[in-house]
Every structure is written in C-alpha cells, then in structure tokens.
Design a protein around this ligand. Structure first.
Ligand code: ADP
Ligand code: MG
Length: 653
C-alpha cells in the first residue's frame, strides 16, 4: 500500500462522511484492510465500526460484500450511505425477484462499491454464481459474534460464511467486527470465519459520554419513576427495556395514557406490527420505545438519549450492549438500571427453566447453567457495588479502571456504603453448618431466629446458629430468640451480595440451595470485609438534564442564557431536520445526527465553507441540505440580534 491510499481514506472520511478525524481504532483497521490483511475489530457499540469497512470499500477497486444479520435494517444502512453519496445497495428477501435481478446486474456492471447481504443469501446458487463473476474487494462481517455459540445472538447461518469466503476464486481481505470482547467468542470468530493471521484490534470499552446509574425500587415504584423520567426529558428518544411482554404492555400503556409518543416491541406482536413500530421509533414519530430484549440488535439509531432497564438483565454482556444503544452520536446519554429483589429470583428461575436438555447432554446443561449463574452474579454485583459503576463495568470487561469517573450514580454520591462484614461472616458460618442443603429462605429465617413451620420441621430451631443475627430480640432461657424481630430483607441482601462476590452460589427452582462459591475461603480470612450500598430512603431524585457530565458546581457550566439559546436553536434545527426527513422519507438521523446539529449550534456557520466545517457534513450533504440549514441559522441569529436591542416593553413597570 502506498501512502497515497491512506491519504485517500482520510479524504473520503471528510468528503463523504464529513468527519475531520478518525476515532480511536478506525485508522488502524482501515490501514490493515487496505494493506490486504484480514482484521478483527472489537469495539464497543457506537465506536464507529462501520467506517472500518465502508472506507476501504470506497477506496478499493471492486465491490465490498457486507454480511449483516438484520434484513430489516439494511434498508436504513444503505439509505444513510446514499445520503452521503456512497454507491451502496442491498440484496435481501424484502426485494422482489426482479428487483434482486436488477441489483445483481447493476453490481456486475460496477454500479456499486458496497453490497449488503444477509448471511442466508450466501447459500443461494444465484448469488454464488454472481460472486464468482464479481470483482470482490473485501468481505465484511458485521456483528461477527453471531458466528459463536458462546455469544447471545448465535445465528447458524453465520457458519456458512467461512465456506463462502473459501469458495471465492480470489480471496479478498476479510473484515470481522463485533462489540463482544470475550476471548472465547473472539477465538470462535477467527476459527469459524477462517481468518488468516488477522490484525486484531480491541479498543477500550469505556463510553465516556454515557452516565450510569442504578436504582433499587419496589416493583410498584418502577413505573412512576420511568414516567417522571420520560416527562422530564420531553422529545428525547429513549428505550425502556422490560423482561416480560406483560411489563412492556403495562409501561407502554401508561406512557401512552400520559400523552407520550411511545411504541412497543416484543415477540408476541405480529411481524408487521414489529416492523411498523421499529420504523416509528427510527423515524422519531414515536421517540420512546418500550421493548423486551428482542429489540435492538443492529439498530443504529444514533440519537438515543436514554436507556432505562425496568428489570435486571441476565448478564453484564447483555446490559452493556443494551445500555450502549444510548449516545452513539457521542452526545450525552443516560443508562439507568432499575431493579428489585424479585428480579434476581426471576433471572435465577429462568436459568433453571430455560436451559433445557433438548439439545444438550446433561453435563453440558450443568456447564451452561453454571456459566449463566456466574454471569448473573456479576450483574447483581453491579447493582450492589458502592464503587464507581463505570469502573465496575470496565473491570468486568478486563480493563483497568481509572478511579472514580465522576459521571455515574455512585460517583455523584447519592449512595453510602455500610459495613456488613459481621453479618456476612454469620451467613458464611451458617451455610457451612447447613452444608449447602437448604435454600435462601431457610438460611435467612434461621439466622434471624424465625420459628417458621419449615424451620421447625427441619429441626433447626435449636441449632447453634439459630438467631445468630437476631440482635436485640427477646430471648428464651437457653438464649434462643423468642421471635424474629430482625427483618429478613437485610440478611437476604447480604446473601445476595456474597453470591455476587463469588463467596456463595445461590440456586432457585424446585430445590433451592445456598452453597459455597469459588471464593468462600477468602471470607474466612482476617482481612475480609464487605460493604453494601445503602440508598437513603428519601434520596433526592435530581431531575438531571442532558449534559450532566458538566455537573453544577465545578465551574465548567456555560452561562444559563447561552445554554438555553443553543438549546432553542437546537430545537429549531431538529424541527427542520424532521420536516426534511419526512419529505425525503428517510429517518431524521440519516439527514444529520444530533451531534451534527449540536456542532451547528456551536459553530453557527454562515457560509457554505463554514458549513463544511461542521462535524458530519460532507460534500453531498452540503449540497443537499446546506442551504436550508444555513437559512434557519441565519434567521435565528437575526431574531436574537433584534431581541437584544431593548424594546420599549422592557421599560414597562
Ligand atoms: P458501531 O457499529 O461501532 O456501533 P457505528 O458505525 O454505527 O458504530 O457508528 C456510530 C456513530 O458514530 C455513527 O453515527 C457514525 O456516523 C459516528 N462516527 C463514526 N466514525 C466517526 C468519526 N470518525 N467522527 C465522528 N463520528 C463518527
Ligand atoms: Mg455496527
């Protein structure tokens, strides 16, 4: 590769996409592909993986084949590219046979630089014939983790990709991209796609523009919390994830009744309705989406401002992927996890119930369950941790955290840590003596000294540790408490916290048990201590606005009038974007992202040259929309200038 090719890539970045510089990782990936190497790029959602193949696709002669899992989104991806003047097309089952034939003919004629296809397509004889004749510049595999059974989104049709690549007469470079970082999945991608000595690039997983927060709420309070959050962020686009269809319906209905344009998505809806609702969300006709985790894979709506979880997800992997759908445009996003005790039990129950023997041998079932339990415990640990939430996430994904981030619920200090070391020791001793034979309920009741029917039936009412945590309870002559005065809640939490830390393993289902976890020995060491997060009952819930990275009090805040003026202009530009989008029948963020509109508010361009300076504006978009936006900005500036001259009314008393 000559230097000129990389120059060409930088030129395309600016001219077609309107970006001044590469984001971390993009340049290295582009360079490697241009050198003809296979690459594996692991970057978090929103990092900008698409450019890693789109730029080489434009620079290299020939056609790039992009394999992407979701048929429903290819249309949007291609529309976005065409908006930037990139010669792109897609081939999938939404096209009629004759439309497909036309795309293939045009592609053979060299009309495109990029062709999106679903993995199923690779097995189609007509497509294979086409691929044999076409000059293929590269094969890109988006969401490459779908090839691995260790990931959550395994797609058997991805297994055919390796063979497809092998079948090509001239092997092009292969570019695999994913946000899933675990070593096992990465190894699967390299092996199953048959990558040749790939250049592997793993960027940091931090998403500095996202604010993380965790709130423990009684199930009945969750809805009210979501309602007031959405009301406090009018017009913002967001996703509310619920674990069940029933909850989706409930939250969706409540939002609609409050007059909020919300839509919904779950597997119980017809395919047509799912598509229509997804489209309404993408087009910002219904900016709030209430959905189960069936929603979202491959959605690249860039202006999602918040992701709220109504329930606890089953793993940190799932949580970070779902929460990461906020703020892809780099503007502030908020990720709020709401949870209650019941959520943990529900997840545990699913692990026992969902992982069935149908396809797996009994030993395999146990292995899968054990791994899902570990994943869940890490998720629970996130709920309980008193440390920086971002730090917790990054450590989980194997990165060193850099101390308090200052931009999460724990760093902003609403929660305080209480020492529960003594309680933890008592729980560990109790579990030891019960030899892991009983469930959480029994352990808790024994410790709090509750003479329940079950406890009596098991003959545990007079054992040595009965009532060990029943502080202050009235005692019988033998020192055992008469009745339980200590609430079960606190002890239950300590059990959960110990499980989250790997000291215990808790299972639920038909035969619930609490046993020792891999780290149980550490709990007996002298230095052992355990802190639990306690949120004051009346923790003032601050209605945070966007831009919470800039917290009041650190002197970084812009003067109020400037901010509100920018905000006013932003709203005007957003309205303009929406009307343009409607006329052109494209999603608003395809016209310009929120980040681009924000940049316009900051730069206030007054000429075409100045407009090109705005991040996200390339030559094609300048021609298409420059005039309309320049006009809007100019008239806004005029109005402001007139407002500033004192009018007679300002002297009215
Ligand atoms: P991913 O596939 O990694 O989740 P995308 O490729 O969808 O991320 O990109 C996310 C957003 O970042 C898009 O809105 C994209 O336009 C924007 N983006 C990508 N690269 C850059 C860049 N170099 N400068 C500014 N914005 C970028
Ligand atoms: Mg992507």
């Amino acid at each position: 590769m000559t230097l000129a090719t990389m120059d060409e890539a930088t030129r395309v970045l600016a001219a077609a996409f309107g970006y001044e510089s590469f984001r971390p990782g993009q340049e290295e990936l582009v360079r490697a592909v241009l050198q003809g190497r296979d690459v594996l790029g692991v970057m978090p959602t929103g990092a900008g993986k698409s450019l890693a193949y789109q730029i080489p696709a434009i620079v290299l002669p020939g056609l790039a084949i992009v394999i992407s899992p979701l048929v429903s989104l290819m249309g949007d991806q291609v529309r976005s590219l065409r908006e930037n003047g990139v010669r792109a097309a897609f081939l999938n089952s939404t096209l009629s046979a004759s439309e497909q034939g036309a795309v293939i003919r045009e592609a053979l004629d060299g009309a495109y630089d990029i062709l999106y296809v679903a993995p199923e397509r690779l097995a189609d004889p007509r497509f294979m014939e086409f691929a044999a004749q076409a000059r293929i510049s590269l094969v890109a595999v988006d969401e490459a983790h779908c090839v691995s059974q260790w990931g959550q989104d395994f797609r058997p049709s991805y297994l055919a990709i390796g063979q497809f690549i092998d079948s090509l007469a001239v092997r092009p470079p292969v570019c695999a991209l994913t946000a899933t970082a675990t070593g096992r999945v990465r190894a699967d991608i390299v092996r199953l796609l048959g990558l040749w000595d790939p250049f592997e690039l793993v960027t940091g997983f931090d998403r500095p523009n996202l604010r993380f927060d965790v709130k423990r709420l009684a199930p009945k309070d969750k809805l009210a919390h979501i309602m007031s959050y959405v009301r406090e962020h009018p017009g913002d686009s967001g996703i509310v994830y619920c674990s069940t269809r029933k909850d989706v319906e409930k939250v969706h209905e409540a939002l609609r009744e409050a007059g909020i344009s919300a839509t919904r998505y779950h597997a119980g809806l017809s395919k047509d309705e799912r598509l229509a609702n997804q489209e309404a969300f993408i087009l910002d006709n219904a900016p709030v989406m209430v959905a189960t985790n069936a929603f979202g894979m491959g959605i690249d709506k860039s202006n999602v401002r918040f992701v709220i979880h109504h329930n606890l997800p089953g793993s940190m992997e799932a949580y970070y992927q779902e929460a990461g759908r906020a703020g892809r445009d780099g503007e502030p996003g908020e990720c709020l996890l709401l949870w209650s005790d019941g959520d943990i039990s529900t997840c545990r129950y699913f692990i026992e119930a969902e992982v069935k023997n149908d396809e797996l041998a009994p030993e395999e079932v146990e292995v899968v369950r054990a791994s899902r339990r570990r994943m869940l415990e890490a998720m629970v640990g996130y709920c309980y941790t008193t440390e920086c939430l971002r730090g917790y996430i990054l450590r989980y994904f194997g990165e060193a955290a850099r101390g308090a981030c200052g931009n999460c619920g724990n760093c902003s200090g609403e929660a305080k840590a209480v020492d529960v070391t003594n309680e933890a020791r008592a729980v560990m001793r109790c579990v030891h003596q019960l030899r892991g034979r009983f469930g959480k309920g029994v352990v808790v009741d024994v410790l709090r000294g509750a003479h329940t029917a079950r406890v009596e039936q098991l003959g545990l009412g007079s054992c040595g540790f009965f009532g060990a945590l029943a502080e202050g309870a009235p005692r019988r002559s033998d020192g055992k408490p008469l009745s339980a005065t200590v609430p079960a809640g606190r002890i239950r939490e300590v059990v959960e916290l110990l499980a989250a830390g790997g000291y215990l393993v808790v299972s639920e289902g038909k035969y619930p048990t609490v046993g020792f976890g891999p780290r149980f020995r550490e709990a007996a060491e002298p230095g052992f201590s355990l802190l639990m997060k306690e949120v004051p009952a009346k923790a003032a819930r601050k209605g945070r606005r966007r831009g919470s990275t800039i917290d009041a009090g650190d002197g970084l805040e812009a003067p109020v009038h400037e901010r509100s003026e920018d905000e006013e202009l932003f709203q005007r530009l957003r309205a303009l974007r929406r009307s343009i989008a409607e006329v052109n029948e494209v999603p608003p963020y395809v016209v310009f992202s929120d980040a681009t509109l924000r940049d316009m508010c900051l730069l206030r361009p007054a000429s075409r040259e100045a407009f090109l300076e705005v991040s996200g504006v390339g030559a094609v978009k300048l021609d298409r929309y420059g005039e309309a936006f320049l006009k809007e900005i100019a008239s806004f500036e005029d109005e402001k200038a007139n407002d500033a001259t004192p009018s007679s009314s300002s002297f009215d008393v």
